[in-house]
Design a protein around this ligand. Structure first.
Ligand code: SF4
Ligand code: WCC
Ligand code: FE2
Length: 621
């Protein structure tokens, strides 16, 4: 096996990988070794399995599949479907929030409510629904109908395009990139990539961008906004991160996945007096809830629940031996967690019919019965405490302080009611620009080395960093999410963040919450009366792995944001597709991807780009 020092930058992770090896438990790292080297054709994107005349693998020697498709067509189709998988994930999550809103409106969800009436009214206004003087439930019903319709085929564009600068919308219309309906774009991509349909790589990629935009300005944005409406808009608050948040003397429940619909109820149930009393009867001092990945981010942003770890920490969290239950909803949940949990007393509980795990305890979680089901789940965890083997418990490290809760609403409030102070700081050059660092971990990359390395490098250069997804935990563990982190920032950023009492890296939420960043960029562009592509901003996913991250990257680029990836998607087998991604898109949408594994070089490229955009806006000579 590879030496542990090469696998991760974190001491808590190293301790748990060591423990796993000592106990003979396999992790993602060993499985990557088993899978290396990967299939070269698949890496290049030149394998096609779209029909049974194949599967085909094309190369210089055999340049066409049985049907005649060449590398360009095959790579574009594969990448199109890849992005579509991601858009489907985020958007189906968004749909689940609409269904909860529907259940609230119909009086079928006693354990959920409209928490943010003001926000719901604002959204209604933005999407053209009359709200003044109307009962909130009537407004909610119309918003719900409108969002359901955003998934269908009858609209010319999804509702939240009302937020997009006109110039950008005109460009999308001209390119045939306007997202019309979420499910429609997803279905159309599946159609286009069937044998004998869209056999022109650039044309396929335009539709891939449209599908990604349906995610960013459609499904994801609906997910974020309705989560705020139902569970509350995040406000700045303090919390903690790393495996040290797991408590030796308590019943530990980890929530993992993405959707707050389940985890918010688990949190409420964990505070139930009867369950607490039972936990104490069994010798625990309390019930401790902590998060993993994005469902963790959702609870952290709104409720301050501590974060146990990001993607590559999920197996390792169980290996502490102190986790009574891991409760999952969907996405980014490694199936191996069932096996790792099986090595301990840990109960693995799945809650969604669309994300079942063989060997798990299954709950078909429904809005109507949410609280009762959540209590049953917590009860299973509490009872498991009695089975814990104290001799196998090892919880590494002390929790690190973090600040979280930066919604756009909270940022505007901190700025005194408008974005003007932020714009002034950018104009003055105290803040040169901003980069959203988002996404995952990937065992091919030393865990969090790029996520942290890039964030540090950017803030040094007075570039504000906005973090979401698994990058938030990386930034937090590196001490970047506290106001004191301004000491690591350049002089301008230090001054601005110092005066506001905020960190130079802002925790902006989960992966669907990248829609908050899109909304912020659109608002800045609208205020300045420019396009998003004119702003001194960028996006990065240094350690990405998932289809969802590819969708995010593509909607960022298609929205006009220069976007970094730490390693390439499986497209290098086509020069046409690769060139389009890393340069040709610039002429079409005013932004491209760039691929760069080195954090310093990446920061150089961002700085160059940001300086050029500043010049373009007339901010610097
Ligand atoms: Fe091969 Fe064409 Fe079928 Fe793909 S669609 S498997 S390239 S014959
Ligand atoms: Ni979003 Fe990436 Fe984490 Fe999963 S939870 S691993 S897509 S960043
Ligand atoms: Fe996520």
């Amino acid at each position: 096996p590879r030496p542990i020092d090469q696998l991760t930058i974190w001491d808590d992770a190293k301790a748990m990988i060591r423990k796993a090896r000592a106990e003979g438990i396999e992790t993602v790292h060993e499985r990557l070794d088993q899978q290396t080297p990967h299939c070269k054709f698949c890496e290049l994107g030149t394998t096609c399995r779209n029909c049974t005349m194949g599967p085909c693998r094309v190369s210089e020697k055999k340049p066409r599949g049985v049907c005649g498709a060449d590398a360009d067509v095959i790579v574009a189709r594969n990448f199109g479907r890849f992005v579509t998988g991601g858009a489907a994930g985020h958007s189906d999550h968004g749909r689940d929030l609409i269904e909860v809103l529907e259940a609230i409106v119909e009086g079928e969800a006693p354990d959920y409510k409209i928490t943010e009436e003001g926000k719901l009214r604002t959204i209604a206004g933005e999407i053209g629904i009359k709200e003044a003087g109307r009962d909130i439930m009537d407004v909610a019903k119309d918003v719900m109908e409108c969002f359901f319709a955003d998934f269908g085929s009858r609209k010319k564009e999804v509702s939240f395009l009302s937020r997009v600068p006109q110039k950008r919308k005109d460009l999308w219309a001209k390119l045939g990139m306007t997202p019309r309906g979420v499910d429609r774009e997803i279905a159309e991509m599946m159609h286009r990539t069937h044998m004998g349909c869209d056999n022109d790589a650039p044309n396929t990629l335009i539709h891939a961008a449209r599908t990604a935009l349906a995610d960013g300005w459609g499904g994801s944005m609906i997910g974020t906004e309705l989560s705020d409406v139902i569970f509350g808009t995040p406000k700045p608050r303090m919390s903690t991160a790393n495996l040290g948040v797991i408590k030796e003397d308590q019943v530990n429940i980890l929530v993992h996945g993405h959707n707050p619909v389940v985890s918010e109820q688990i949190l409420a149930a964990a505070r139930d007096p009867e369950l607490l009393a039972r936990a104490k009867e069994l010798g625990a001092s309390g019930i401790n809830l902590a998060g993993l990945c994005c469902t963790g981010n959702e609870l952290l942003m709104r409720q301050g629940i501590p974060m146990a770890g990001n993607h590559l920490m999920t197996e390792l969290a169980i290996i502490t031996g102190a986790v009574e239950a891991i409760v999952v909803d969907y996405q980014c949940i490694m199936p191996s967690l069932v096996q790792v949990a099986g090595c301990y007393h840990t109960k693995f509980i799945d809650t969604a019919n669309k994300a079942r795990f063989t060997g798990a305890i299954h709950f078909d979680f429904q809005p109507r019965t949410a609280m009762q089901q959540a209590k049953e789940i917590v009860s299973i965890a509490v009872e498991a405490f009695a089975e814990r083997d104290a001799g196998r418990v090892e919880i590494p490290g002390e929790p690190i302080e973090i600040m979280t809760g930066f919604s756009n609403e909270a940022v505007i409030e901190a700025l005194g009611g408008s974005l003007d102070p932020l714009i002034q700081a950018i104009v003055a050059g105290d803040i040169k620009g901003a980069v959203g660092i988002v996404g995952c971990n990937n065992p091919k990359i030393k865990h969090d080395s790029l996520n942290v390395g890039l964030a540090k490098e950017l803030i040094k250069r007075d570039i504000l960093v906005i973090a979401t997804g698994c990058v938030t935990t990386a930034a937090g563990k590196a001490g970047l999410l506290v106001p004191g982190a301004i000491e690591m920032a350049g002089p301008g950023l230090k001054k601005v963040c110092g005066s506001l009492g905020i960190p130079p890296v802002l925790h902006y939420g989960s992966c669907v919450d990248n829609s908050r960043i899109m909304q912020l960029c659109a608002a800045l562009a609208n205020t300045l009366n420019v396009d998003i592509s004119d702003l001194p901003v960028g996006a990065s996913s240094p350690e990405w792995y998932s289809e969802k991250a590819a969708a995010i990257g593509l909607y960022a680029v298609a929205s006009g944001i220069y976007t970094h990836l730490g390693h390439p998607p499986n497209i290098l087998g086509s020069e046409t597709v690769t060139n389009l991604a890393v340069s040709g898109l610039e002429d079409l949408v005013g932004a491209t991807f760039f691929i760069e594994p080195d954090p310093v070089k990446t920061a150089d490229l961002f700085e160059e780009r940001i300086n050029a955009k500043r010049k373009g806006l007339g901010l610097d000579k």
